[in-house]
Design a protein around this ligand. Structure first.
Ligand SMILES: Cc1cc2nc3c(=O)[nH]c(=O)nc-3n(C[C@H](O)[C@H](O)[C@H](O)COP(=O)(O)O)c2cc1C
Length: 356
């Protein structure tokens, strides 16, 4: 696969004043999350509505060294009863380790108990979300809202760090601020420094503001500045990682220790293999239709076994529409998946459009 081929080729480029390196092998270092070593620095982000167990397992099988589950609201986790139909929220399979669980909430007092619940379920890292820009999150004083109140944000960090065993890294996900104001920037660095002082093992920075949501480019120049500021502390970058080449470019242009692939992995889990190929100086390989079909079938099966089985068809319709972007007849295939109402119809689309 040509590294520029991606479902998102029409996306505007990030803000980055450093020219990317020319092709050739790139030496990449492992990633350190406190006591935990992640062998390759390109990980899969937390993705609400997507990064469930099946997606995480597929990413691992295709080369992701570490993945994160969908963000969970602390209160939701604390209120959740142990029932067969809710058990998938806590399910972590052996092949997923190391895997992170992400928390979001408004009240520092609730984070500790919720974090312990994730650790008991088997999550190896607790990640705190200070980035979510949705109306419900910000309106509920959660996620990105905390970037406007550093003292509460740091209280959440302290409570979470105190609540989980020392061998469990606590990490943070932040946007680069609420908006572009100097006050927002000061608060960002106040939280960043304070969080490291309170024992956070790594911070992932998304180079967009909360106000920006997903509109406009991610600011990679800001990521470079953050890494320079943080020195030896672990910083991961996020934003506009739609191709394997973009992952390598972010690493080399900004100096961050790792990168967190988000939308670029939805419908293209091969991106993790592709970064490894590019880093080794090899061309990126494009998955054949047979390989695409195998992975779609595998993910469906995993949804039945590990996810919310009643929703397997609906979940896989959502994913398959994204996978269609790699198909030469993208529009037809996307429409066919969108129309599929049952497992049988979904498998018929596969048989029709992904025949060898
Ligand atoms: C559908 C969707 C769901 C997301 N869910 C989460 C989440 O649960 N936790 C989180 O920290 N970030 C979440 N994000 C943000 C991504 O992890 C990432 O920071 C952002 O998409 C920027 O990267 P990209 O431009 O490469 O997609 C989500 C993004 C999208 C598009």
């Amino acid at each position: 696969m040509n590294s520029t081929i991606s479902p998102y080729t029409d996306h505007p480029p990030p803000i980055c004043s450093v020219p990317p390196r020319q092709s050739g092998p790139t030496v990449l270092r492992s990633l350190q999350l406190g006591p935990m070593t992640i062998e390759f620095p390109v990980v899969q982000a937390a993705l609400s509505g997507y990064s469930d167990g099946p997606m995480r397992i597929i990413a691992r099988r295709l080369g992701a060294p570490y993945t994160l589950g969908e963000v969970k609201i602390d209160r939701f986790l604390l209120d959740l009863k142990d029932r067969p139909q809710t058990r998938h929220h806590f399910r972590v399979t052996d092949e997923e380790h190391p895997v992170g669980g992400q928390l979001m909430g408004s009240d520092p007092n609730e984070f500790g108990a919720a974090a312990r619940k994730l650790v008991a379920a088997g999550f190896d890292v607790i990640d705190i979300n200070f980035g979510c820009p949705t109306k419900t999150a910000v309106g509920g004083c959660r996620g990105g809202y905390h970037l406007s109140q550093p003292e509460v944000a740091l209280e959440i960090v302290s409570r979470t760090r105190e609540a989980v065993p020392a061998h469990i890294p606590v990490t943070l996900k932040m946007r680069r601020g609420i908006d572009d104001s100097p006050m927002s920037r000061d608060r960002f660095f106040h939280i960043l420094d304070g969080a490291f002082d309170r024992g956070v093992a790594a911070i992932t920075v998304h180079g967009r503001t909360v106000e920006q949501k997903y509109v406009g480019p991610s600011n990679w120049d800001f990521l470079r500045e953050v890494k320079r500021h943080a020195g030896a502390k672990t910083i991961l970058g996020s934003g506009d990682l739609f191709t394997a080449q973009a992952c390598l470019d972010m690493l080399t242009c900004t100096g961050v220790d790792g990168v967190s692939v988000a939308r670029g992995a939805i419908g293209n889990p091969w991106i993790f293999q592709q970064v490894r190929q590019l880093a080794a100086g090899l061309p990126c390989r494009f998955p054949s239709l047979t390989e695409q079909r195998q992975i779609l079938e595998m993910q469906y099966q995993l949804c039945l076994e590990l996810g919310d089985a009643r929703r397997a068809s609906a979940t896989m319709r959502k994913f398959a529409i994204k996978f269609a972007q790699l198909h030469p007849h993208e529009i037809d295939v996307r429409n066919a998946f969108a129309r599929a109402q049952s497992a049988t119809e979904w498998h018929t689309v596969l048989a029709t459009w992904y025949a060898p």
